[in-house]
Structure formats: structure tokens, C-alpha cells
Write a protein that binds this ligand. Structure first.
Ligand SMILES: [Zn+2]
Length: 323
């Protein structure tokens, strides 16, 4: 029987468990909405989807990998801190292990899991230096350096979303700082640019959209249709995205930066604008040597990466090279 692992994508409102084989293919999935965010309720929902996924699998499932938001101690699987759930020191790994004592259980940050998924099974294949940025409600990220997934001293490597790019004039970030990359260049950032620019476009069709429906998708579509307000918001957004991407190049010098998340659905409309802006801000690294492309695994990257990590005994993509 082919080997496989369960990869869990745990979000603030949704949990999905996928059966992932050694080639990174998803052969089954179970999902459930998360309404109650208390640790007990989330663990119950997570255990239920994992159990159904295992029971329905034709593969030999040996491990369970969980990608969760927050800062996580990978040796214990404890969520030290997760703003999405309002959790502190929740022993998620231990609780899942108690439900599945025969399985290896691994818990890692969701964005780092997605990075590993794209690196091993997606657009990062064949590179040694790779970064992923997911442009969704926030900005998740991670990077691989010389074939090794960067983790950091306290699991904080790749927290690109919270480096400040507009500390004086930017939007307030969920983390409390002003002008974080995430506040400026996530899907939420695109929406905030549109709202900030609204007084300059009093006849904008976007202002007829009910406020609760004015998401990044509506603004992106308006820009792609040539709407002046949408285009101005998109231009401000691309400026901020490029600023942060140029910084990522300076910090990490990747061969590829892959962009995922809802905003990346704009494809070339986004990339054609952002690439020259990044080049203009790239100084100490030869320009044009980092390819900025769309991620390929979409919303599955986190589950594929979590399962891959579980199969390999952690987030390590490859053994570190000995000097
Ligand atoms: Zn922040």
C-alpha cells in the first residue's frame, strides 16, 4: 500500500484534512467550518475531519501534519501564541496525539508548511533558494535557503508580513504596529488603499458596492475592467507590494518568490506591474535575477506541506549541507 500522510489546514473559520501521498497529490479530503474557536471545540472538529480522512483512505497513513496559524513550538506541537484564535500555550499536538496514539503528529506554522509544500511539490521544485508569500487576509510567508527551510531561533523566520514598510503613513496592523507589509500589501491592504483613495473618486462605481461586500476581489476586478478608482488603489497596493518584495530579495536573495493567496489570482495583471517596481528598488543584488511568479498549489499548499513535513519528521526540506 502506498504511503501517505494526513495534512491539516487549520484556519480561523475552517479546518480541512487531506490525504496526501508521497508525490504530494491529494487523494481525499474532509472539511468542516469552525464556528467556536475555543481549543476544545477546534480540537474536536480537527480530530473529526482527520478521523474521517484516515477511515476513507486507501493509503497506508503513518503520520498527521497540522499547519496552524501562530507561533508554534514544533518539538511539542504547542501553539505558543495565535492571534487568529486568541490562543496562548494550547498543547494542540498533545491533544491530537491523544486521539491518534499510533500516529506521528507534527504541528507547524501554516505559512511555513505552505512554503514547504510549494518548495517540494509546487513552483519551488528544482531551486535551492525560494520564498513564498501568500497575499490573503494577511501575508503569510516562509523561505528556503540553500535547500533548507529557514525556521529561526524561535520559529519566527519568514514572518515577512510584519516588517514595517510605511511606519509613518501606513495602516494599523493587526499586530499593533503601523504600516506592516501585511497591512499594506495583503488583500485587506488592497481594500484599505481603495477606501483611503475614495475621496478622490466621488463618482466611483466601487462606492456603490455595499461596504461589507467591498473585498479585495471587487477592487481587483474593477481595476482589471479599467475603473479609475480600482486602478489607483491597485497602483498604490503594487507600490507597497514591490517595496516589501525588494526587501525580501535583500534579506533572502531567493531564485524565486512565489505569490499565492486571493490577490495573486490577478496573475499577469499583478505581476507585470510589480516586477519593474521591484527591479527599481533592488540595489545590492543583480536586478532581474529573482523570478516573481504565481504559486501553483493554491489553497492546498498548506495541507500538502503539513503532510510532507509529517512524512519527513518536520519542516526540514533537506539535511543541512556541511561546510
Ligand atoms: Zn504587523
Amino acid at each position: 500500500m502506498a504511503r501517505a500522510a494526513i495534512g491539516v489546514d487549520l484556519g480561523g473559520s475552517h479546518v480541512m484534512a487531506a490525504v496526501v501521498d508521497e508525490a504530494g497529490a491529494i487523494t481525499g479530503r474532509e472539511e468542516r467550518d469552525v464556528i467556536d474557536r475555543s481549543p476544545a471545540a477546534v480540537v474536536e472538529a480537527l480530530v473529526a475531519v482527520v478521523r474521517t480522512a484516515i477511515d476513507g483512505s486507501k493509503h497506508d497513513v503513518g503520520a498527521i501534519g497540522i499547519g496552524s496559524p501562530g507561533n508554534i513550538d514544533p518539538s511539542t506541537g504547542t501553539i505558543r501564541y495565535s492571534p487568529n484564535f486568541g490562543w496562548e500555550n494550547v498543547p494542540l499536538g498533545d491533544r491530537v496525539k491523544a486521539a491518534f496514539p499510533k500516529f506521528d503528529v507534527f504541528v507547524g506554522n501554516d505559512a511555513r508548511c505552505a512554503t514547504l509544500g510549494e518548495y517540494v511539490h509546487g513552483i519551488g521544485q528544482g531551486t535551492k533558494d525560494f520564498a513564498l508569500l501568500t497575499l490573503g487576509t494577511g501575508i503569510g510567508g516562509g523561505f528556503v535557503s540553500n535547500g533548507v527551510m529557514a525556521i529561526g531561533h524561535q520559529m519566527g523566520a519568514g514572518e515577512f508580513g510584519h516588517h514595517q514598510i510605511r511606519p509613518d503613513t501606513g495602516f494599523v496592523c493587526g499586530c499593533g504596529k503601523t504600516g506592516c507589509f501585511e497591512a499594506q500589501a495583503s488583500g485587506t491592504g488592497l481594500m484599505r488603499h481603495a477606501l483611503r483613495l475614495a475621496p478622490s473618486f466621488p463618482r466611483s462605481a466601487l462606492l456603490d458596492v455595499p461596504r461589507e461586500k467591498l473585498g479585495s476581489k471587487a477592487i481587483r476586478k474593477a481595476a482589471q475592467a479599467g475603473d479609475q478608482h480600482g486602478l489607483a488603489a491597485f497602483a498604490a497596493f503594487c507600490d507597497d507590494l514591490a517595496l516589501g518584495l525588494a526587501n525580501v530579495i535583500a534579506f533572502v536573495n531567493p531564485e524565486i518568490i512565489a505569490l499565492g493567496g486571493g490577490v495573486s489570482s490577478a496573475g499577469d495583471f499583478l505581476l507585470d506591474r510589480v516586477r519593474p517596481l521591484v527591479e527599481a528598488r533592488t540595489t545590492m543584488v543583480p536586478r532581474g535575477t529573482t523570478r516573481i511568479v504565481r504559486a501553483t498549489l493554491g489553497n492546498d499548499a498548506g495541507a500538502v506541506g503539513a503532510a510532507t513535513a509529517a512524512m519527513r519528521g518536520g519542516l526540514i526540506a533537506q539535511l543541512p549541507l556541511v561546510a
